[in-house]
Design a protein around this ligand. Structure first.
Ligand code: 5AD
Ligand code: SF4
Length: 472
């Protein structure tokens, strides 16, 4: 079979990263290999995100740039998928003449058939149909997955929360959970192929299984915790209103559950939270944080914020800053509010000026940068267990190591990036440190990472305490 090449561009969230991986797996049996070069590709797919206006603009400008490639190579198939495709559907086909395929968020399983059809008949195809159930197209992951150390696994899709600013319920549909056995099977396959850490994905993982009467989210965590060979479990995203005592208890009981939670609060003002339809108050949020910290004192807490939501005043924004000071998040994501199609807030009055939004965003980042740095500095002198993910790409300016020495990178349980190198190369592992756990003595704090030296004899390829370890 002649080699055929697929180039895939992923914009947006982790959910899209997972979907792109499934697309690659689905097209492999048709003979498509992944290429980094759009010029070499026979198929170019763009997996898009519509959550904020900026991501959507990025998708359209990328699509525009592909026109020239199509002119040079008329057989090239260009497809756009994901949330923007779901939202815009036929309009894209009408607006962008060089697009052959528009596939929505529920159409990934049907993609190989569509590509085959387009290649054979040179037709244009739209599939933005949504279904209420998740078809498990592959019972477990295909065995050819030879995975990087840390992988994403979607456990549910869609959302029923209808936050006033959010497009997700309209482009990803209603909340639907995958069968727990299928999830466990998939993670077992990934683990057999070398994955050591999974991040479970869903818009609101705390309500996993509730609608379908499947097991609860903490029970799913328990099942995954029992998978041999897996070292670490993470999940995202949690809705503060749905954090249960059972989940908080899981941080005490499940040794593989990482000491980190991403708990988007969006605003520190009760008035804004109410208009956002978030269904919790700042006090309730702070209580949840207290309970989490009581159960797991070293838990890292990260969050999302929107600044300049319609009607947000300077006082509201100061409440947000106050909440940030009170919680002392480990790090945060923050965004300027943008109107999204169908989302009720796009019809709200009292829109905040762009300049004001930009100013609030800058102030928020400045405040958080100080806190993140202080928190990173608190870790200097601590020994942190790092799961090694690969070689570190760039050396930091403060790195005292010679530039020709191999640098490794990985994450702590709290999701901090740690770069490190051995003073001399590790005798047992050579360049095969990926997927091992290493205890690192933290020597330096940087704004977005930590740097340290491995503890002698601490490199291990098992998460069992006291089991075989190797001299570094
Ligand atoms: N404008 C700005 N930010 C948004 N987010 C979601 N919708 C919008 C919007 N319309 C942010 C929220 C969410 C994150 C994934 O994106 O903070 O948690
Ligand atoms: Fe959007 Fe709210 Fe659902 Fe998150 S919980 S995906 S912000 S509607």
């Amino acid at each position: 079979m002649k080699s055929k090449y697929l180039h895939i561009q992923t914009i947006g969230c982790q959910m899209n990263v997972y979907d792109s991986e499934r697309i690659i797996e689905g097209l492999a049996p048709l003979g498509y290999q992944v290429t980094d070069s759009p010029a070499q590709a026979d198929v170019i797919l763009l997996n898009t995100c519509a959550i904020r206006e900026k991501a959507e603009q990025k998708a359209f400008s990328y699509l525009g740039r592909l026109a020239k490639l199509k002119e040079k190579k008329p057989s090239l198939i260009i497809g756009i998928g994901g949330c923007v495709a779901q939202q815009e559907g036929e309009r894209i086909i009408r607006r962008v003449p060089h697009v052959d395929l528009v596939f929505g968020t529920h159409a990934i399983e049907r993609l190989p058939d569509m590509i085959r059809r387009i290649a054979r008949m040179r037709c244009r195809v739209i599939d933005v149909e949504m279904s209420e159930t998740i078809r498990e197209s592959v019972p477990g992951a295909p065995s050819h997955r030879s995975g990087p150390t840390a992988r994403f696994v979607t456990i549910m899709r869609g959302c029923d929360n209808f936050c006033a600013y959010c497009v997700v319920p309209y482009v990803r549909g209603r909340e639907t959970s995958r069968d727990p056995d299928a999830v466990v099977e998939e993670i077992k396959c990934l683990t057999a192929a070398g994955t050591r850490e999974v991040t479970l994905l869903g818009q609101n993982v705390n309500s996993y299984g509730r609608k379908e009467g499947l097991c609860s989210f903490p029970r799913l965590l328990e099942k995954i915790n029992a998978i041999e060979g897996l070292f670490r479990i993470r999940f995202t995203t949690s809705h503060p209103k749905d954090i249960s005592d059972e989940l908080i208890q899981a941080y005490k009981d499940l040794e593989k559950l990482c000491h980190h939670i991403h708990l988007p609060v969006q605003s520190g003002s009760d008035r804004v939270l109410k208009r956002m339809n978030r269904r919790y108050t700042r006090e309730r949020y702070l209580e949840k944080i207290d309970s989490l910290r009581r159960a797991c004192p070293d838990i890292a807490i990260t969050s999302d914020f929107i600044v300049g939501f319609p009607g947000e005043t300077e006082d509201d924004f100061q409440d947000t800053q106050d909440l940030i000071r009170r919680v002392r998040f480990d790090s945060v994501f923050a965004f300027k509010y943008s109107d999204r199609p169908n989302a009720p807030a796009s019809g709200f009055s009292n829109k905040v000026a762009e300049t004001e939004k930009a100013d609030r965003l800058r102030r928020l980042f400045e405040l958080q940068a100080e806190i993140t740095m202080e928190k990173n500095e608190e870790l200097v002198g601590a020994i942190e267990t790092v799961l090694v993910e690969g070689e570190s790409k760039k050396q930091t300016a403060d790195d005292p190591d010679p530039s020709d020495r191999m640098q490794w990178t990985g994450r702590t349980s709290s999701n901090r990036i740690v770069n490190f190198s051995f003073e001399k190369d590790p005798p047992c592992f050579g360049d095969n440190l990926v997927g091992t756990l290493v205890d690192v003595d933290i020597k330096k704090a940087l704004p977005h990472s930590l740097w340290g030296r491995p503890v002698e004899g601490s490199v291990r390829s098992t998460c069992m305490k006291g089991a075989s370890s190797y001299a570094a």
